[in-house]
Design a protein around this ligand. Structure first.
Ligand code: ATP
Ligand code: MG
Length: 266
């Protein structure tokens, strides 16, 4: 990309690889080939986005990284260790929230720690911190049915943050909210990435969202599903949302990605 303003981290050495994906193929029972030989390195401490049309295998790839679904062939390593199932260093934020409807916000957020046997007072202190971090202070005793879709997504995010996983796998976490809420979430998300220094693997349909949030964008094509292009938006971080969205580099990157995706649409 031609850069108007170089971000300060561009001069720094490349971060180590957190997730290494090699030759991952997934054929579902019934014969649908959801992934066809995916090779990908996901850098540590950055936000990487998987972007591509519906059905290109984004959720499938995220679930394989999470260890919730076995690959048909190929390997995934997290910090050099082979993924053979779910692990405490990875947390998943689901497309459809996946909250426990019978449990309060506090219990939902603390659930991962409860599973690990962390004492109640300790896990509630951690949960409280992340409930506040996602802007839900005051809703600790509320039940999911009494929350809006956007608030439920925040609960899902707080739950993933509370287990202190190194890798956060987020499947379209902002898909069910209105445009204003989504923009607010995106701003919060950038703060979170800067603050938490975790590895985020993010899935979205939105090119604008991907360019706004990501250090690295992986474009996936459908049938066969594979990585076509990797884009690293050269957008100065730390600027306010309005100036980022008017930045020529931002606008050019959105255009470039749209051209890149268009040729693979059927
Ligand atoms: N459990 C399953 N059994 C059979 N086929 C499946 C299953 N889950 C997904 N698929 C198929 O695998 C392909 C990839 O699905 P996946 O859900 O990973 O796509 P996606 O990129 O996440 O799509 P979307 O953007 O709509 O969420 C699709 O063709 C889908 O029909
Ligand atoms: Mg999906």
């Amino acid at each position: 990309m031609t850069a108007v303003a170089k971000p300060t981290f561009a001069a720094q050495p490349a971060p180590p690889t957190a997730v290494r994906i090699r030759e991952v193929t997934k054929i579902y029972p019934g014969g649908v080939e959801a992934l066809s030989g995916i090779d990908l390195d996901i850098p540590e401490g950055r936000l990487t986005t998987l972007l591509g049309p519906s059905g290109c295998g984004k959720t499938t790839l995220l679930k394989i990284i999470a260890g919730l679904l076995p690959a048909t062939s190929g390997t995934v390593e997290v910090d050099g260790a082979l993924v053979t199932g779910p692990g405490p260093e990875r947390a998943f934020v689901f497309q459809d929230f996946a909250l426990m409807p019978w449990a309060t916000v506090m219990r939902n957020v603390a659930f991962g720690l409860e599973l690990r046997g962390v004492a109640k007072s300790e896990r509630e202190a951690v949960a409280e911190k992340y409930i506040a971090a996602v802007g839900l202070k005051g809703f600790e005793t509320a039940y999911p049915h009494a929350l809006s879709g956007g608030m439920r997504q925040r609960v899902g995010l707080a739950r993933a943050l509370a287990v202190d996983a190194k890798v956060l796998l987020m499947d379209e976490p902002f898909s069910a909210v209105d445009e204003q809420t989504r923009r607010k979430f995106q701003e919060d998300m950038l703060d979170l990435v800067a603050r938490e220094r975790k590895t985020f693997v993010f899935v979205t349909h939105s090119i604008e969202e991907a360019v706004y949030l990501s250090d690295r964008i992986v474009l996936l094509a459908r049938r066969p599903s594979r990585v076509t292009t990797i884009v690293e938006p050269d957008i100065p971080r730390g600027a306010d949302a309005d100036s980022i969205r008017r930045d020529p580099v931002y606008l050019d990157t959105v255009e470039e990605i749209w051209r890149g995706l268009k040729q693979y649409l059927d």
